[in-house]
Design a protein around this ligand. Structure first.
Ligand code: RM4
Ligand code: MN
Ligand code: MN
Length: 428
């Protein structure tokens, strides 16, 4: 964790300017009939889970560039996650990935997290890589494999992940499958989907009480011709076939260019199947870039759907918010601090949308004014709002700068001396 004095000094130095900015914003919002305190209260409820696999430098199939002081174990990853939570006050949970995060002593891991003020979010299974000593290979699929023995092994792994998740107090399993084919003819398109459904049904039937299954889709990669759970339609069919506790997970980077993601989000909300998000951003494919770095308007439009659903009180609406990014060229802690800020800004802007006016313009067919209503919210500088929420909860006015002022990374570079491997730490 960062020295409390450093954090206090950071906030003290910025406090006066921050207050002026906030007062100005409050006055502007009041002119549009928006009460600052109401927005601040709603914004303060936003929480997002950190992915363990994004705490160290990521990589591509071409290479990885480790940075000094990056975490080597899940215990160290939690230490870094705690710093992110300390500065943002919005990331109280971590989402583990198995078997990457497997430990011998689960109670010790849980206690370590608790001591750092952290808990655990959805657990992720991994049947996209072969593990040492594993009897069957996933080269040609896992839950959809033509060979029932491979399917059984993949089902058993998912059940094992759920059991590990129970040790940690998690209540959701995220399943993302690499299953698919690289060439036409390689895989029976219909049957492979049926097999995934059967396999998932076994896992679903064994879910402990209170658990959810989140089904993640992705258009391609590593399968380049046909992926079994390729799109939200496939994920939705599965979630509907499985039952109420199965829902879809929207990873923002898992869409082909120009896909209207906010429309997908609206559809899934409409049928009670929006389970959660993996936030990131993308220019071309599953780029895993910082959320909001490439298409901030799209991120805002996604949050606009979420706020709309929350305001309306859509039954069963409680999506799990998680980040899924690969930090190949940024310091992962800084990138995650920046990400949380971007997400909060998108949320804050969505909270400012004048929904009554929007609805009126929609009903009366006033296209320009409807669009203008959205843009007015999007164009508002909500920086002071987001900073104020952090400040009130004991976080930093400017998390990235506070992190740099703390010298945390330099200190870890001295402590975590073992050179990290040049191989991606299990990043896929
Ligand atoms: C996949 C997908 C999954 C993530 C892996 C590492 O593309 O986004 O959510 O667990 O990458
Ligand atoms: Mn993902
Ligand atoms: Mn991905």
């Amino acid at each position: 964790m960062i020295d409390a004095e450093i954090l206090e000094r950071h906030n003290r130095q910025r406090e006066a300017a921050h207050r002026r900015d906030l007062e100005y914003l409050a006055e502007r919002l009041a002119r549009s009939g928006i009460a600052l305190e109401v927005v601040l209260d709603e914004l303060a409820t936003f929480e997002v889970a950190l992915p363990t696999w994004a705490m160290a430098a990521g990589g591509t199939r071409f290479g990885r560039f480790p940075i000094p002081g990056e975490p080597r174990t899940i215990f160290e990853k939690l230490e870094d996650a705690a710093v992110i939570h300390q500065l943002t006050r919005a990331t109280p949970r971590v989402s583990p990935h198995f078997p990457w995060d497997v430990v011998d002593d689960w109670a010790a891991l849980r206690a370590h997290a608790e001591a750092l003020g952290l808990g655990f979010d959805a657990v992720n299974s991994n049947t996209f890589q072969d593990q040492p000593g594993q009897p069957h290979s996933y080269k040609l699929g896992s839950l959809s494999h033509a060979d029932p023995a491979v399917r059984r092994q993949a089902i058993a792994h998912n059940l094992q992940v759920v059991a590990w998740g129970q040790e940690l107090g998690s209540t959701a399993l995220t399943v993302w499958l690499a299953d698919g084919s690289n060439y036409p003819g390689q895989m029976h398109l219909r049957r492979s989907f049926e097999r995934v459904q059967e396999s998932l049904a076994e896992i679903y039937a064994a879910l402990p009480e209170g658990w959810r299954m989140l089904i993640e889709y992705k258009p391609y990669e590593p399968a380049f011709y046909a992926t079994v759970i390729q799109d939200w339609g496939s994920a939705l069919l599965l979630a509907q076939a499985l039952g109420e506790r199965a829902q879809c997970l929207v990873d923002l980077g898992h869409h082909l260019p120009n896909t209207n993601i906010e429309l997908i989000v609206a559809r899934l909300i409409g049928v009670g199947k929006l389970g959660g998000f993996h936030f990131n951003d993308a220019k071309y494919g599953d780029d895993d870039l910082t959320a909001g770095s490439i298409k901030p308007y799209q991120l805002f439009l996604v949050f606009n759907e979420l706020v709309d659903a929350a305001r309306e009180g859509v039954p069963g609406f409680r999506p799990a918010y998680m980040i899924d990014q690969s930090h190949n060229v940024k310091d992962p802690i800084e990138a995650l601090l920046q990400t949380v800020d971007h997400l909060q800004r998108a949320y804050a802007r969505a909270l400012l949308v004048d929904r009554e006016a929007l609805s009126h313009y929609q009903e009366t067919g006033d296209v320009l004014m409807a669009e203008r209503t959205l843009r007015a919210a999007f164009e508002t500088d909500v920086g002071p709002l987001v900073a104020e929420v952090r400040r009130r909860r004991g976080g930093a006015l400017d998390p990235v700068l506070a992190f740099r002022e703390s010298g945390y990374r330099q200190q870890k570079a001295r402590e975590r001396s073992t050179p990290a491997t040049a191989q991606a730490p299990g990043y896929a």
